[in-house]
Design a binder for this molecule. Structure first.
Ligand code: ADP
Length: 617
C-alpha cells in the first residue's frame, strides 16, 4: 500500500479531489446527461435567486418612496399605474420563488441521482478489488479498516457531496452573480464590500487546513477503532477464555479517547471560525450601510438599489458563514475518498500476467524448480525447493511446525508468487495460466475449514458455482456427509451459523470435503484436515478424504507420519528446505530426520495406546 499523502492544509484538498475525480471519471462520464441537466437547472435556480430582491426594489423606488414624499405624480419606468406595478411585483415574488424551487428540486434530484449511481458503482468496484487483492495485502491491512472504506468512507462521500458540495456549488455561482450585479449597480460600494475577501480567504484557508488535518487523523482513528472491535469480536472465544476483556477495554478506551480528542479539536476550530466570519460580516455590512447611505443621499444609487445591495450582501455572506464548515466537511470527504481511491489503485501483486491463458484440464504433473520465497524481503521462508510429482501421485509434506509446509503448498495455488525459481503444472509455468482457471482445478481442505453463513447446499455448491442439487448430493455422499445433513432441521437448506458454528468439527470438515469434491479437481491440497478431531470423526473424515483424493495428484500436510506413510513421495521439510524426499521405506533406510521423527512418534503412540508394534522400515 502506498504511503498516505500527508495533506496538512487546504492545498491538499484540491489535488485530493482531482485524484478522486480522475479515478471516478469513467463512472461520472456514464452519468453525464443527468449531470449536465442538473447543472442547467442549477443555473436557472441561481439566476432566479438573483432576481428575488428586485420586485421589492421596484415597489420601493416607484411606489413607496414617492408616496412617502407625497409626490402626486408617481413615475415608473414601465409606464404602469402603481396598483398594477404592485400586483405584478407581488406576483413576481411568488413566481420567482416558485420557479426557483422547481429548478432547485430538479438540480438537487438530478445531482443526487448521479452521485448515488456513481458511488454505488465505485462501491461495487472496491468490493471486487478487495476480493482480488493478494493475501499479502490482506495480511498487512486490518479487516475493520477495509470494511470502513467500503461502508463508512463511501457513505461519507455520498452525504457530503449531496448535502454540502452541491449547495456550496450553488452558493459559489450565485455569489459570482451577485458580485457582478453589485459592481454593475455601484462599483465603489461593491469594492468596499469585497475588500474583506482577502482577509476571509486568508483566515479560512489556514484554519481549514488545520481542521482537515484533524479530520484525517480522526478518520484514521475511527478505522483503528473498527479494527480493534472487529478483531475482538472475531476472537471473542479466546478473549473470554484468557479474560482479556479488561486489557482490551483499556486499549479500546485509549483509542476511543484519541478519536474523541481529534473530533473535539476539529469541532472547536470549526465553531471558532464560523463565529469570526460572522463578526467580519457584520463589520462589512455596517461599512456598506454607512457608505451606501452617503451614495444614496448624493443620488448615486436609489434607495431600492441599496436595498438590493444589502440583500445581496446578506445573502452572499450568509453561506460564507457556513463555508468553513462546508470546506471542512469536503476535506473530510476528500480524505475518505482518497482512502477509497488508494484501494482502487492498489495493484494485486499476484494477478493474471499479460498473455496468461486459460488452463487446459490438468493431468496433474507438478514440478518445483529452485523455488525460493519469503513473505517479506530479506527473510527467506522457502529456500531453493525442487521436486517433481507425477499425475495422480500422493505426496506427503512433513516436518516441524513453521518449517514452511503450508507456504510451499500456497505457492501451488498462487496465493503468492515465488521470488525466484518456477513452478510447473503439466510442464508449463503456473503464471502462464489465468488465476481463475488455475485455482478452479485445485481442491483444498484446510485444518479449520471456513463455512459461510448460508445453506449447506450453497456451502457445498461454492466449490463449483452453478452446480446442481444432484451434484451437491453426490459430493456430500462422497464426503460421508449426506446422512448427517439429512438429519439437520431443514436438510440441505439448513442455514449454518456464522463460520459454520452450529456443526461439529468433523461435520464441518466433511462439508468442506464435499465442497472440495464437487470441483472434481485433478489436484488436491490437504492441510492437516483432521487435526483437532476426535478419533471417531477422524476415521470418517479420513475415509471421505480417501475417496476425494483417489487418482488425483494430492499434497497432504500431516503431523501424523503413520497416516501418510503410504504416500508415493514424502517430502521432509525443515527450515524452508526439503532435507529428504522419497518413499517411507527409502527414508527409513536413509535413517535421517524423517526416520528419527517416525520412530519418536511410534514410541509416543505405543506408550499412549499401550501397544507395541514393530517399526516399519
Ligand atoms: P508450516 O506449515 O510448516 O507450519 P508455514 O508455512 O505456515 O509453516 O510458515 C513458515 C514460516 O513462515 C513461519 O516462520 C511463519 O511464521 C511464517 N509465515 C507464515 N505465514 C506468514 C505470513 N502470512 N506472513 C509472514 N510470515 C508468515
Amino acid at each position: 500500500m502506498g504511503q498516505r499523502p500527508k495533506e496538512k492544509d487546504l492545498k491538499g484538498v484540491i489535488p485530493g479531489l482531482l485524484r478522486i475525480l480522475r479515478k471516478f471519471s469513467p463512472y461520472i462520464r456514464k452519468q453525464r446527461f443527468t449531470i449536465v441537466g442538473a447543472f442547467f437547472a442549477l443555473l436557472i435556480e441561481t439566476g432566479l435567486r438573483l432576481l428575488e430582491p428586485w420586485p421589492l426594489k421596484y415597489v420601493f423606488d416607484n411606489i413607496l418612496i414617492p408616496a412617502h414624499n407625497n409626490s402626486t405624480h408617481i413615475p415608473n419606468s414601465f409606464g404602469l399605474n402603481p396598483v398594477m406595478l404592485l400586483t405584478l411585483s407581488a406576483l413576481a415574488i411568488v413566481g420567482i420563488t416558485g420557479l426557483g424551487s422547481m429548478a432547485a428540486y430538479l438540480s438537487t434530484y438530478g445531482m443526487s441521482l448521479a452521485v448515488v449511481e456513481v458511488l454505488s458503482e465505485v462501491r461495487g468496484q472496491v468490493f471486487d478489488r478487495l476480493q482480488r487483492l493478494s493475501l499479502s495485502f490482506h495480511q498487512q491491512h486490518k479487516s475493520g479498516d477495509l470494511i470502513t472504506r467500503v461502508t463508512a468512507d463511501i457513505e461519507k462521500m455520498r452525504l457530503v457531496t449531496i448535502k454540502t458540495a452541491l449547495p456550496l456549488l450553488t452558493n459559489i455561482i450565485s455569489l459570482l452573480g451577485m458580485l457582478a450585479i453589485m459592481y454593475w449597480l455601484n462599483w465603489e460600494l461593491a469594492l468596499v464590500a469585497t475588500a474583506i475577501f482577502p482577509f476571509l480567504t486568508l483566515l479560512t484557508s489556514k484554519t481549514i487546513g488545520r481542521i482537515r488535518s484533524f479530520a484525517k487523523q480522526h478518520r484514521d482513528s475511527e478505522g483503528v477503532l473498527a479494527a480493534t472491535t472487529g478483531e475482538t469480536i472475531g476472537a471473542i472465544k479466546v478473549v473470554q477464555v484468557l479474560s482479556l476483556q479488561e486489557m482490551l477495554h483499556s486499549i479500546f478506551a485509549a483509542q476511543n479517547q484519541k478519536s474523541l480528542d481529534e473530533a473535539i479539536e476539529s469541532l472547536k476550530l470549526s465553531a471558532a471560525l464560523e463565529r469570526t466570519v460572522q463578526v467580519l460580516m457584520a463589520v462589512i455590512i455596517a461599512a456598506v450601510l454607512w457608505r451606501g447611505s452617503h451614495v444614496v443621499l448624493h443620488k448615486g444609487l436609489t434607495p431600492g438599489e441599496l436595498l438590493v445591495f444589502m440583500t445581496y450582501l446578506k445573502n452572499a455572506f450568509e453561506p460564507m458563514r457556513k463555508l468553513s464548515n462546508q470546506v471542512g466537511q469536503i476535506a473530510k470527504a476528500t480524505a475518505s475518498g482518497e482512502r477509497v481511491v488508494e484501494l482502487l489503485e492498489y495493484e494485486p501483486n499476484v494477478r493474471d500476467l499479460p498473455g496468461a491463458e486459460k488452463a487446459h484440464p490438468f493431468f496433474g504433473a507438478i514440478r518445483f524448480e529452485n523455488v525460493s520465497f519469503g513473505y517479506s524481503t530479506g527473510k527467506e521462508i522457502l529456500k531453493n525447493i525442487s521436486f517433481a510429482v507425477q499425475p495422480g501421485q500422493q505426496v506427503a509434506v512433513v516436518g516441524p511446525s513453521g518449517s514452511g509446509k503450508s507456504t510451499l503448498l500456497s505457492l501451488i495455488l498462487r496465493l503468492y508468487d515465488p521470488d525466484s525459481g518456477r513452478i510447473l503444472i503439466d510442464s508449463q509455468d503456473l503464471r502462464e495460466y489465468t488465476l481463475d482457471s488455475l485455482r478452479q482445478q485445485i481442491s483444498v481442505v484446510l485444518q479449520d475449514s471456513v463455512l459461510f453463513a448460508v445453506s449447506v447446499q450453497e456451502n457445498i455448491a461454492y466449490g463449483k458455482l452453478g452446480s446442481s442439487r444432484k451434484e451437491v448430493e453426490q459430493a456430500a455422499r462422497l464426503a460421508n456427509a449426506h446422512e448427517f445433513i439429512m438429519q439437520l432441521p431443514q436438510g440441505y437448506e439448513t442455514v449454518l451459523g456464522e463460520r459454520g458454528g452450529t456443526l461439529s468439527g468433523g461435520q464441518r470438515q466433511r462439508i468442506a470435503i464435499a465442497r472440495a469434491a464437487i470441483r472434481q479437481a485433478p489436484i488436491v491440497i490437504l492441510d492437516e484436515p483432521t487435526t483437532g478431531l476426535d478419533s471417531a470423526s477422524e476415521q470418517i473424515v479420513n475415509a471421505a478424504l480417501e475417496k476425494l483424493t483417489e487418482g488425483q495428484t494430492t499434497f497432504t500436510i500431516s503431523h501424523n507420519l503413520r497416516a501418510v506413510q503410504h504416500a508415493d513421495i514424502i517430502l521432509y521439510v525443515e527450515g524452508g528446505s526439503i532435507l529428504e524426499q522419497g518413499t517411507h521405506s527409502e527414508l527409513m533406510r536413509l535413517g535421517g530426520h524423517y526416520a528419527t521423527l517416525y520412530q519418536m512418534q511410534s514410541i509416543i503412540d505405543s506408550e499412549q495406546t499401550g501397544d507395541t508394534y514393530a517399526i516399519e522400515a
